[in-house]
Design a protein around this ligand. Structure first.
Ligand SMILES: [Zn+2]
Length: 74
């Protein structure tokens, strides 16, 4: 009952799991930005969606580059 400050259940604090935890928010932010660009520029959202793949790929690359030192669990 010592660490009750953390808002979400985080089972592992190693760098790789932290990057993995960022995936969801980064994807959501990217989708939001793409919709904004589609709304306020001459580009269409359907022309921009591959950017999402690039962003997801970038996160996966970053995840593979950071260490698993201190990883707990499976
Ligand atoms: Zn971990």
């Amino acid at each position: 009952m010592a660490e009750v400050q953390q808002p979400q259940r985080v089972s592992c604090r190693c760098p790789q799991c932290r990057v993995r935890g960022l995936m969801g928010p980064i994807v959501l932010i990217t989708i939001g930005v793409l919709f904004l660009i589609g709304e306020y520029s001459r580009y269409n959202i359907w022309d921009l969606w591959p950017i999402l793949l690039i962003v997801i790929g970038g996160v996966l690359v970053g995840q593979s580059l950071v260490s698993r030192q201190g990883h707990i669990g499976s």
